[in-house]
Write a protein that binds this ligand. Sequence first.
Ligand code: A2P
Length: 275
Amino acid sequence: LTATTTLANGVQMPWLGLGVYKMDGDNEVKEAVASALEIGYRSIDTASFYDNEEGVGQAIKQSTIPREQLFVTTKVWNSEQGYNETLAAFERSLTKLGLEYIDLYLIHWPVPGKYKDTWKALEKLYKDGKVRAIGVSNFLEHHLKDLLKDATVKPMVNQVEFHPQLSSRSLRDYCSQHHIQVEAWSPLGRGRYLDDDTLQALATKHGKSPAQIMLRWDYQHGVVTIPKSTKKHRQEENAAIFDFQLSDEDMQQLDGLDIDKRYGRHPDEFDYENS
Ligand code: A2P
């Protein structure tokens, strides 16, 4: 749980964190974050869109864990994009979280015609020392290429939907060439195919659960993962992936599950006008 990857700028980011998408802004998120921190999670991934940054911030404060031991990610929402708008959105997130800086600030989705100005704002926040690292989310290769044309700071992270049915090999290769750390959202494929035969067989082989097999597969692919669970026993289960190893053959079997299947939105088919 304390294992970290080194981002392009030297910042240490935990390999495993807690995602809090769709957790209710009051008690649900507070309890989930509090229990995760108690178990030993040190990375929490929220977003302005989730409308639960206040609850996340309260749980962090109540935990009394020193700030420098935590890694907090939040994201600028689509309707907040643009240079000045993003600078203002960042301040709102900071206030809601009750923090003095953010570890990782991401552009939530590549809103056409806006994300480049938004990136300029992230570069400013980074240069001003208000965020330790900046990155993007849901960027495909063509978005990254476009962004890199004028970026003065390269994104350090790209957070995308990633699980064995969507293993995005070429995007991962592209990111690795540019030292962009890939991070997985919905690493459990929303829990929709935990009963898959290959996952079940590998789970039996290793004495682990299908969820643990999926999360270990992320780690062995060098992908940061942020499974979401509101339940303490599942948070514990999801964190127990550092005590076993998948063989090359196990990894190939899991890679073979790829069918380019998204459970979330496709970045090029998102109705950005109405988000
Ligand atoms: P719950 O909060 O009830 O534990 P994803 O991160 O891929 O979107 O998937 C999250 C979903 O998977 C949540 O609905 C969560 O439900 C469920 N989940 C999280 N961890 C596990 C696990 N270890 N086994 C089964 N389901 C899980």
